[in-house]
Design a protein around this ligand. Structure first.
Ligand SMILES: Cc1ncc(C[n+]2csc(CCOP(=O)(O)OP(=O)(O)O)c2C)c(N)n1
Ligand SMILES: O=C1C[C@@H](O)[C@H](O)[C@@H](O)C1=O
Ligand SMILES: [Mg+2]
Length: 644
């Protein structure tokens, strides 16, 4: 047997360099590159291997391990999971910083390969710097924290273990039904240890991603169910996009005259302006999709995980005559809500189903309802787009919370801009081909309702984990995936403050991203949530400590975000009027380096709900009557919702 003597780390790099995937007959390199932050836990092992021979892998330098791993997650998501980046960190805190990103990947079912350094396998120098000593179990290290948030976890205690570990890593990373974070912990000493690896291990490997066909029996069940229904509604989830099934979903809807609604992950599979596309559904859905959902007698969930935001905590389509049909490549998701399951690739299943339903002469029973719902939402959209603040006589969208404080905000921010008006303007200004990126705060809800995404894959929302700080790191990953498109990160001020370090990486890499920062001086959506459930404003506005009350109810803490980002070399703007915003967007498009527009918007001017419930925990004991009312309302909704 021919062998090659390499260190564990060198073998790892050589193997990753030889992985390819085949999808619909097209071959592609699987690992584009590797994000690194070196420390003593990885620099002399994996760092040495990459310096000596990184093959075709690109090597990037991250700023924060969570940020760089989020960039890798966003890259893979925008590549529809057909190409990934790996990430290596040092031992201890560097590794711990990646745990959040691992969870983001796993929650969203996005492949990412994480390679944290680990403590010594030999234990000779223990305890090493950054080692946690657990007297009850010496095998435990920080990296065990990746176990619950990874789809595959391994620790390489001997060089030869690497071979089985990497083959299993590839199995999970390329599995469309069950992928997510793969963590391979690399003890510091083992990374540099040598072994005679079989040369065959480094041969080019092609991993075919098959389109799993639906079984005849499942198709028959689905057709039988559909033939008995007159008001079906398709819910287009992220699986439609990963399967490249947008055109087929559109053809399916057109042929059978069935409206469709979008989840956050499914948006931009079918053009937003299509007459059968009702837009976002659920807690952050719009009036049209939610109205049709409430009346539907069949929900056809294609490639969706049916999260609480999509199902309105299982209250939205809970009528006694409403059935669920699922098309999902994952059995786990297909079997949710006691659905009639079609476990299959979305594109393959939609083609097969359409053929059978057309042959059976199926057409839904909708007459004018779809058009009417769309028209009503269009009027509402225009109203939202036109909302302007007027001192003294203004009722914000989210009213009855901070109404009296709005003049103070207008003065402190120096702006009267409303969030809904800004979003409508941006939808017009950015251009259809631009990719919008978001994750957390009030913006995902507003975007799901208001953003009309026309071009395929122009909407990139991480709403599985809704992780603050993903927006900017994510935009970098999206730009790496789609260098020819303008990429816009939509971030709240809270989210920006939490993590924006990879903005510097975007400058370093010459990967232009645009940050649209919505500064409303606080954790706006959480303020809405607490005050909407009977609490006061507590710990969510950005106010200084008040020396007379001892509380955080002093003056507003203003931040000049444009000035802060300018220090990184970012081209920055501040927008306090629509004219300033228009000029800033026009100028930002002309730039070749990353830009940031600090948009000052009034709190409470985001969209409000459109008839879908969200089950959030409410105190059952409180001296406040409003909280008791909220708790009572929750009990009432729970009785209407599906219990499981
Ligand atoms: C990492 C992380 N921590 C906490 C949360 C909970 N959370 C969700 S939105 C939010 C506040 C967001 O504030 P901001 O980014 O300013 O957006 P706004 O709601 O004001 O538009 C918080 C704390 C989260 N989603 N992610
Ligand atoms: O707690 C949350 C509330 C949501 O409105 C928000 O979008 C999300 O980021 C979150 O974590
Ligand atoms: Mg905010």
């Amino acid at each position: 047997m021919e062998t090659i003597r390499l260190t564990t780390a060198q073998a790892l790099v050589k193997f990753l360099d030889q992985q390819y995937i085949e999808f619909d007959g097209e071959e592609q390199r699987f690992v584009k590159g590797i994000f690194t932050i070196f420390g003593h836990g990885n620099v002399l092992g994996l760092g040495q291997a990459l310096e000596e021979d990184c093959g075709g892998l690109e090597v990037y330098q991250g700023r924060n391990e969570q940020g760089m791993a989020h960039a890798a997650v966003a890259f893979a998501k925008q590549m529809r999971r057909r190409q990934i980046c790996a990430c290596t960190s040092s031992v201890g805190p560097g590794a711990a910083n990646m745990v959040t990103a691992a969870a983001t990947a796993t929650a969203n079912q996005i492949p990412v390969l994480l390679l944290p350094g680990d403590t010594f396998a030999s234990r000779q120098p223990d305890p090493v710097l950054q080692q946690i000593e657990q007297p009850h179990d010496l095998t435990v290290s920080t990296n065990d924290a990746f176990r619950p948030v990874s789809k595959y976890w391994d620790r390489i205690m001997r060089p030869e273990q690497l071979m089985t570990a990497l083959l299993h890593a590839m199995r999970v990373l390329t599995n469309p039904a069950d992928t997510g974070a793969v963590t391979i912990a690399l003890p510091q000493d083992v990374q540099g240890e040598a072994y005679d690896y079989p040369a065959s291990f480094f041969a080019k490997r092609m991993h075919r991603i098959d389109r799993r066909p639906a079984s005849e029996a499942a198709l028959e069940d689905a057709v039988r169910l559909m033939m008995s229904k007159r008001k079906p509604l398709i819910i287009c989830g992220g699986g439609v996009r990963y399967s490249e099934a947008g055109a087929e979903l559109q053809a399916f809807a057109e042929a059978l005259h069935i409206p469709l609604a979008e989840t956050q992950a499914g948006k931009s599979a079918v053009p937003g302006s299509h007459p059968l596309n009702l837009g976002g559904v659920g807690v952050t859905g719009n009036g049209a999709a939610n109205a049709i959902a409430k009346e539907a007698d069949l929900i056809i969930g294609v490639g969706t995980r049916f999260t609480d935001f999509t199902t309105g905590s299982k209250e939205l389509f809970s009528g006694p005559g409403t059935d669920i049909l699922t098309v999902n490549v994952s059995e786990f998701h297909a079997l949710k809500l006691e659905a009639t399951p079609v476990v299959a690739d979305a594109k393959a299943a939609l083609i097969a189903l359409r053929q059978r339903l057309e042959a059976a002469g199926y057409r839904s029973g909708y007459t004018t309802e779809i058009e009417a719902a769309r028209a009503a939402w269009s009027e509402e959209w225009k109203r939202l787009a036109g909302i302007q603040y007027a001192a003294g006589a203004f009722t914000p969208e989210v009213s009855g919370h901070l109404d009296e404080a709005l003049p103070e905000y207008a003065e402190a921010l120096g702006s009267c801009l409303t969030q809904t008006r800004v979003l409508a303007a941006l939808n017009r200004l950015l251009g259809d081909d631009a990719v919008v990126v978001g994750a957390s705060g009030s913006l995902p809800g507003d975007l799901q309702r208001m953003w009309v995404a026309e071009a395929p894959h122009s909407y990139h929302m991480e709403y599985g984990y809704s992780c603050m700080g993903y927006e900017i790191s994510g935009a970098l990953g999206v730009k790496m995936a789609e260098p020819d498109r303008e990429v816009y990160a939509f971030a709240g001020d809270g989210s920006y403050l939490m993590l924006h370090s990879e903005l510097v990486t975007s400058i370093q890499e010459g990967q232009k991203i645009n940050v649209l920062l919505f500064d409303n001086n606080g954790f706006g959506c959480i303020n809405n949530l607490q005050m909407g459930h009977g609490m006061g404003s507590f710990g969510t506005e950005f106010r200084a400590r008040n020396t007379s009350t001892g509380k955080l109810d002093g003056p507003l803490v203003g931040i000049d975000f444009a000035r802060s980002a300018a220090g990184y070399g970012v081209i920055t703007y501040t927008a306090r009027t629509l004219e300033e915003l228009e000029q800033a967007v026009a100028d930002a498009k002309r730039q070749t380096v990353s830009t940031l527009i600090d948009i000052k918007v009034l709190p409470k001017t985001m969209t409000n709900g459109y008839g879908a419930w969200w089950n959030v925990g409410v105190a059952e004991v409180s001296g406040k009557p409003d909280i008791a009312r909220a708790s009572e309302e929750r009990r009432r909704f729970l009785q209407q919702a599906r219990p499981y």
